[in-house]
Design a protein around this ligand. Structure first.
Ligand code: IMP
Length: 215
């Protein structure tokens, strides 16, 4: 497996919300972690049908373009009442005709679809956020780390923190939605601490333990 001893890594994302979270998660490890956006790389088309395939497409594109190891995340919201949708297509559900993304509209679309399926009671509104982190090297070698967090879809949206679908997702065992949680509550994790909360932090925790020597 490729090595990370140069302590340089590309964060293969253009998503501002994800980049903020990765910056927080990478902070304790003393890496130079620049984003694909900072390298001026184009966003590759996500043509895969699984989180793993899309995570690989993004990480390998960044690794081959820069010659450095790259870390990507493909993530999404899986709603049980919608047979797993929007899932891998979570970002696509926010796409507007002019190419911009509107997550208020996307959350509404999810809500309308759940209503059409009669999913109005909390027990019928279960779902989870999934994140698959891919670590890829310029020679194509890759490793995957998956994190999930179960919760309930709420309506109306609550909270203005976070990004994407955070305001409609209430993780199990918590009163607040992700949109009402501070960055520290949602994805704060440092080596040696027990399980992190968010899907991304859980996937990152596995990566950090496997490849960065974290406790
Ligand atoms: P992709 O991984 O770039 O295909 O996009 C995943 C989409 O899922 C994002 O654009 C967000 O809308 C949504 N998503 C993923 N993780 C989160 C999260 O932590 N909070 C809220 N929305 C998320």
């Amino acid at each position: 497996m490729g090595d990370l001893s140069a302590r340089q890594i590309v964060i293969a994302s253009h998503n501002a919300g994800k980049l903020r979270e990765f910056a927080d998660l990478m902070a304790p490890f003393g890496f130079e972690a620049k984003s694909a956006k900072e390298y001026g790389l184009p966003e590759p088309e996500e043509t895969g049908t699984t989180f793993e395939e899309n995570a690989y497409i993004k990480a390998f594109a960044a690794a081959s373009a820069t010659g450095l190891p790259a870390l990507s995340d493909d993530s999404g919201l899986v709603v049980d009442a919608l047979d797993g949708a929007p899932g891998v297509y979570t970002a696509n559900w926010a796409e507007m005709p002019d190419g911009t993304r509107d997550f208020g509209m996307a959350m509404q679309r999810t809500e309308v679809a759940m209503h059409e399926r009669g999913a109005t009671e909390p027990a019928q509104r279960s779902g989870r956020f999934v994140a698959v982190i891919c670590l890829a090297f310029p020679d194509g070698e890759a490793e995957y780390f998956r994190g999930e967090v179960d919760g309930t879809l709420v309506w109306p949206p609550r909270g203005t923190l976070g990004f994407g679908y955070d305001p409609v997702f209430q993780p199990d065992g918590h009163e607040k939605t992700f949109g009402e949680m501070s960055a520290e509550e949602k994805h704060g994790w440092k080596p040696g601490q027990p399980t992190a909360l968010s899907h991304r932090a859980r996937a990152f925790q596995k990566f950090a333990r496997a490849r960065l020597g974290a406790a």
